[in-house]
Design a binder for this molecule. Structure first.
Ligand SMILES: [Zn+2]
Length: 152
């Protein structure tokens, strides 16, 4: 018997104050714990560009050759919202698989978030509503925050 499959996952999909649906912890999660795999369809870079142009926001960088389109049924990680002060991150393992990993201990009831890591292209089209003290107002990888005009 596969024991891992019988263990209940420590989160649930609920309506979120940030946007649409979100993933919420239902049990204590420890820093470093792998929460779920970000699963999807492996696609070429040219296919990826087409899908992103068409407004698909679930495409992830996988390696130099391929990206992963997470807009598939069964990818529970696609419900995770972006935050400027996330408690989890997306980790590419061996250029082949993507895991959502807790950055710190997460308490039951907390919404699970990660930084989507968007670049500066059309960043104004992706406002952030994470509501944290660190919010820069847009969904952006932290390395680009210095390029965003300060509003506060
Ligand atoms: Zn934010």
């Amino acid at each position: 018997m596969e024991q891992e499959l019988t263990r209940a996952v420590p989160y649930v999909v609920r309506t979120s104050g940030i946007d649409g649906h979100g993933l919420f912890a239902t049990a204590a999660i420890r820093a470093g714990e792998r929460l779920t795999e970000y699963i999807g369809e492996k696609i070429s870079k040219s296919e990826s560009i087409e899908r992103c142009k068409a407004g698909n926001n679930y495409v992830f960088h996988l390696n130099d050759e391929f990206d992963l389109d997470g807009d598939v049924e069964g990818n529970i990680a696609r419900f995770i919202n972006h935050s400027c002060a996330p408690n989890a991150e997306a980790e590419v393992s061996g250029g082949e698989r993507i895991w959502i990993v807790a950055l710190r201990d997460i308490n039951p009831g907390e919404e699970i978030t990660f930084n989507y890591g968007y670049d500066l292209d059309d960043y104004r089209d992706h406002p952030c509503r994470c509501g944290t003290d660190r919010c820069v107002g847009y969904i952006l990888a932290e390395e680009y925050w210095v390029h965003v005009p300060q509003t506060g």
